[in-house]
Design a protein around this ligand. Structure first.
Ligand SMILES: Cc1cc2nc3c(=O)[nH]c(=O)nc-3n(C[C@H](O)[C@H](O)[C@H](O)COP(=O)(O)OP(=O)(O)OC[C@H]3O[C@@H](n4cnc5c(N)ncnc54)[C@H](O)[C@@H]3O)c2cc1C
Length: 465
């Protein structure tokens, strides 16, 4: 592919950020051109800016040379959002990794975009505060990427996704201006809500350079437990029962039989006795009294629904290992099959059993396996289609199964993506969920921000030239 970047452009970029922070060696161009989708295209130039001012200058340079550009956070995105599909510049924000402020009076934190999510959580918890969004990638993804994707995680059922915690942003627009949206106040209704327009915009509307986040007090107590069932349906029945009984756990994760088998193979030890068809990992938090009574209710509902084993994490280290096992799921599935079509579909919680009926039907349509796990509380189930790389017809059948799955979840009043966004991998399916009027409006918004279409082109909208 021809490079978009001239020697003059390169020299001007080095002038802005300094020689040490421009990379053009083949290894860097390759490494910064892919994300967790594992489909990439090398960048033409990688730039590591050190400040908002430098970002704005690089953006102005890209505009004057008509060079495409995009921002890169932790590079853990699952849909190719950080892949420079049209070449150009990858602006890696890795030098902007400072927590600028933790304010226990106003319950907020101000951070640079590339603060690692898990690091922020630990830092605020040391102050008795809590930042709930907990994507399973939290050891590697960063707050800027989380805001761009509106990331969720197990705790989204009780606490909501990243969106709920963003009070304000500083952003460099694709046209080079620096804007500040929102404020430190929890209430702000002045003008259009640009903060919430930028959240979840998948790096296509602006580059986020500073983020003000709302925090909440850290729950006093939390207990995690694991319940094993004969299949997914009794597990889902247990969830329905304890939610109807008024318990809102911090997290309710469902892991099906295929996923349990993959985990056991990857970790090299059995995780559940034979006959186990599903596991629930449930975490309850709040005051010690609430936690004790809610745990009791949850266990009773699981038992009534048919759980054959219920284990409470005895202490914090037990709890941590329970969650570590959950976070190994993606790696375990990739261990069985390098071709994993990961679909983070979501349906209203009451329709989760119908989603599993649909998955059972899909299992009969091709030579692939399907492993499901996910957030049972909010109906966000990751349906992973595992293709045997030695059977090429499996991939075609799997791609057809993805389309049928997406049509099915929309018919179930759900959505084709609850967490990972559209990027490049789901762009061909956008029209399954959105009407042509909605897509046209979104494109007009994109053009209003980015008239030349240079910021992260080729994402979300399939038919862009
Ligand atoms: C093992 C694993 C588990 C995962 N689990 C979850 C999960 O539980 N929940 C979930 O929601 N997701 C999950 N993901 C997906 C991914 O981690 C999230 O989408 C995450 O928010 C991406 O953050 P990142 O920093 O890696 O962003 P990147 O991959 O670097 O970028 C993602 C997108 O955001 C844009 N972007 C990044 N930084 C900025 C910025 N400063 N300004 C503007 N745009 C920016 C990029 O241009 C790109 O379009 C998982 C991924 C993996 C590999």
């Amino acid at each position: 592919l021809p490079s978009n970047v001239s020697a003059a452009f390169s020299a001007a970029a080095r002038n802005i950020v300094g020689d040490a922070f421009v990379r053009d060696d083949p290894e860097s161009l390759e490494a910064y051109g892919a994300d967790a989708l594992k489909r990439g295209r090398p960048a033409d130039l990688v730039i590591l800016p050190g400040s908002t001012r430098e970002i704005a200058s690089v953006v102005a340079l890209c505009q004057s040379h008509k060079v495409p550009f995009l921002a890169r956070g932790g590079g853990t995105g699952y849909t190719g959002g950080a892949v420079p599909v049209r070449g150009g510049v990858v602006l890696s924000l890795e030098r902007l990794n400072q927590i600028l402020e933790i304010d226990p009076i106003n319950l907020l934190a101000r951070v640079q975009p590339n603060v690692v999510t898990g690091d922020l959580q630990r830092a605020v918890e040391r102050e008795g505060l809590f930042y709930p969004p907990d994507p399973a990638s939290l050891a590697h993804c960063v707050i800027g990427g989380n805001v761009a994707e509106n990331a969720g995680g197990p705790r989204a059922f009780k606490y909501g996704t990243t969106r709920r915690y963003v009070l304000g942003l500083e952003a460099v627009l694709p046209t080079g201006e620096v804007v500040r949206t929102g404020s430190k106040a929890v209430k702000n209704v002045v003008g259009y809500d640009l903060t919430h327009l930028l959240i979840g915009s998948e790096g296509t509307l602006a580059i986020l350079t500073e983020i003000t986040l709302r925090l909440i007090p850290k729950p006093q107590a939390r207990v995690a437990l694991r319940a094993l069932f004969g299949g997914v349906r009794p597990a889902v029945a247990a969830v329905t029962a304890f939610i109807r009984a008024g318990v809102v756990p911090a997290a309710i994760e469902l892991v099906d039989e295929e996923s349990l088998a993959a985990l056991a193979g990857y970790l090299g030890r059995p995780l559940a006795p034979p006959g186990t068809g599903a596991a629930l990992i449930i975490e309850v938090d709040g005051s010690p009294e609430t936690v004790a009574s809610e745990c009791h209710l949850v266990e009773a509902c699981c038992r009534t629904a048919g759980a054959h084993e219920i284990v409470r994490a005895a202490d914090e280290s037990d709890r941590t290992s329970l969650w570590e096992v959950r976070r190994e799921l993606s790696a375990s599935l990739r261990f069985i099959s390098p071709i994993k079509l990961n679909n983070d579909v979501v349906v209203p919680r009451g329709r989760v059993p119908e989603l599993f009926d649909l998955v059972d039907r899909l299992r009969t349509t091709g030579p692939f396996r399907i492993a499901c796990f996910g957030h049972a509380g909010d109906g966000n189930i990751h349906v992973n289609i595992l293709v045997d790389p030695t059977a090429p017809e499996g991939l075609r059948a799997a791609e057809q199964a993805v389309r049928t799955l997406f049509e099915g979840v929309v018919a179930l009043e759900g959505s084709i993506s609850g967490e990972h966004g559209i990027g490049i991998s789901k762009a061909p399916y956008l029209a399954i969920e959105l009407s042509s009027d909605e897509i046209a409006l979104m494109k007009r918004i994109k053009t209003a921000f980015d008239p030349q279409g240079l910021l992260n082109p080729g994402k979300i909208f399939p038919e862009d030239p």
